[in-house]
Design a protein around this ligand. Sequence first.
Ligand code: ACM
Ligand code: ZN
Length: 501
Amino acid sequence: MKTTKQSFYALAVIIAGALLFSCEKTPVCEAVAIVPRPQQVTMQEGTYKARLARLEESISYVTDATLGEEAYVLQIAPKGITVSSSTPAGAFYAKQSLWQMLPAEKGVKAVKLPCCTITDAPAFAYRGAHLDVCRHFFSVDEVKEYIDILAMNKLNRFHFHLTEDQGWRIEIKAYPKLTEVGAFRNGTMVEKNWNQVDSVRYGGFYTQDEIRDIVQYAADRFITVVPEIEIPGHALAALASYPELGCRGEGYEVSPYWGVFPDVFCPGKEETFKFWEDVLTEVMELFPSEYIHIGGDECPKQEWEKCPLCQKRMKEEGCANEFELQSYVTRRVEAFLNAHGRQIIGWDEILEGGVTPTATIMSWRGTAGGVAAAQKGNKVIMTPNSYCYLDYYQSRDVDKEPLAIGGFLPIEKVYSFNPYEGLTEQQQKYILGVQGNVWTEYIKTFDQVEYMLLPRICAIAETAWTLNGRDYEDFALRMQHMRTYFDANGWNYARHMFEKE
Ligand code: ACM
Ligand code: ZN
């Protein structure tokens, strides 16, 4: 039994079971109301019953080398539970599924699970969520809470956006001013009023010990933290700290405004490359991720056009225009990272002046960049703003919503994303995965991060994990159970999808 019928069947089992046992104290668990939906569930006769406190002891773990890296088989039989996987990651996902079959409410002492076999594996190897901690800063504990939400959704990449115009958020020992100066701004624009800046000093950063703590916390949940260091744009916080790294060499300020700014790093100077290499050396020491994100988005070229050193560099390197100068930067930084065994990810702008075949493209301005990259044979992570930007409004009734950047991205639309659209079967192989992005210009508190993330990240997770045979109605039904975990964890979440029912 595959696809949605099986879930409806399972829900019928839940409802029938709930009626049958409604006079007993033991709640009947919500059968296979799991998100993201497992690839295959086969219901069997019988029930497994256990004291909740002893459930973990009754799980047998089996190594099955024939299973894929993150795949698992979860068998619930009357006499016990068996988890088969080839890796600890597979066993972790089996347990995530099992926990979702248990009641979320506290105080439950005993459980009954319907016997079944769940055979599961992810559609994509890269299943991500991004958090911008620069426009607004979030504590280590809040970042860990974010990671918990990813883990529950079987996501395996946390894209940590660490540098911006409005704040540099990672301690770099070789450049202490990045956090002494660059981690703080003297004010923040008030809502969307470009003429009004408050005078509240705002900022924060993670020490290297805190970064190590976050990386380990994520690794314990089989999540790789992919750090992003913006090169060569979104650089004001770095330039305020080290003005000599800009074309003009002076007059920079950590920005109190949102947006895209003409002052970017100067690639005409060798010391700029030394800075990037020194920073990335420390970043590589902290983050074991194979992929390092080097940004590359929204880099205006007007300062480069005026800068004699940039123009000299272009002549020496045979760059026909400033887009090719950015490409020179990207290639040189990529070569440095490759020499240390790492790979780059860049936003889709890095395609503009030409890229190496080894760069991975993160497609954000729709899917066009991703499609073009896959057609060339570059690897791609799909995170189009049209489906994956979780800072967009999730209702048209914006007066009732917290202030957001704009857009309209209800969960139904997030769920409808097809990462393979426009690609041949051969080109589809280059799609590494899918990611949801949380930019925080208008997200001041972690409570609001949760509200923007939940429940839409569950829709992204189901695209990334399940992909085929998705059915929104079935998803919405399973989300009724998932929300009980949001409640149990005290997570703030948007109610729109639940109110419609
Ligand atoms: C982006 O949203 N500027 C990548
Ligand atoms: Zn320059």
